[in-house]
Design a protein around this ligand. Sequence first.
Ligand SMILES: NC(=O)c1ccc[n+]([C@@H]2O[C@H](COP(=O)([O-])OP(=O)(O)OC[C@H]3O[C@@H](n4cnc5c(N)ncnc54)[C@H](OP(=O)(O)O)[C@@H]3O)[C@@H](O)[C@H]2O)c1
Length: 263
Amino acid sequence: MNPTPVVIVTGASRGLGAAVARWLATSGAGVTLVARSEAKLTAVANDLARMDAKPLVCAMDVADYDACRRAVGHTMDCFGRIDALVNNAGIIQPVATIADTDPESWRRNLEVNLLGPFNMTRAALSHLREYQGRIVNVSSGAATLALEHLSAYCAAKAALNHFTRVLAAEETTLTAVTVRPGVVNTDMQSYLRGEGGAAMPAEQADYYRQLKENHQLEPPEIPARSIAWLALYAPQEFSGQFLNYDDYRISDAALKAFGSSLA
Ligand SMILES: NC(=O)c1ccc[n+]([C@@H]2O[C@H](COP(=O)([O-])OP(=O)(O)OC[C@H]3O[C@@H](n4cnc5c(N)ncnc54)[C@H](OP(=O)(O)O)[C@@H]3O)[C@@H](O)[C@H]2O)c1
């Protein structure tokens, strides 16, 4: 019998990360749920428990390296192994031009979106090596697009992609990928239609409003299924690549592996 794989998912309290955790739980994986809000993580954990999973909740900030080390330690104590890490936690703020942006919030964006994945990777690496593990870094189209008013987010996601390439080059027994999840119906998009949109020129804010009005946002379950599949099954030849969630090699395999709907 194959041992149960164990996956740490950051940003698991809502949105994409919570949906990734649900797909992993339906497949029988052990899951560690990481985010700052303990109450929201507990609600997700209760949901997973209804699927017979026994998730571990770690309420913490991924920008804090010591907290990342503790989360890895708790995962080892609870499950005894780590097969994959999904670095999904992310923030979009600040929304402002470079000329007007608050330096502290610019720095905070990079702490969460770039330093966070480094911290979790660094803390989990020795355990991931034991089982030729996988690291899935959740990136964005913003990694390659010059989106005005979102310089910190664009820079952090571009750096995350390049960090992943270097990681793949150094850790040749692991599989490390980044993935673009598309535009997804989560709190991040509602922020861009609301408070975030108010800080943008009308035309740019309208683009985000129209994504919702024109039903162009993916439900989180769809890209989450691809991300869960990458965490469990991404082949080594993908290592270092920036992948699209709807690349048929991933989305078809994910549909086959997990089925069409979450329990
Ligand atoms: N939605 C989209 O259209 C879209 C498009 C491209 C890429 N993405 C990427 O997809 C990922 C998930 O985004 P989402 O749309 O699901 O956003 P979301 O609904 O805002 O969820 C973000 C998650 O990250 C957690 N988080 C934020 N800061 C954290 C910190 N310092 N430490 C630990 N956890 C933290 C949040 O929980 P707490 O607040 O409780 O900490 C939450 O669970 C992000 O990396 C985002 O950049 C999203």
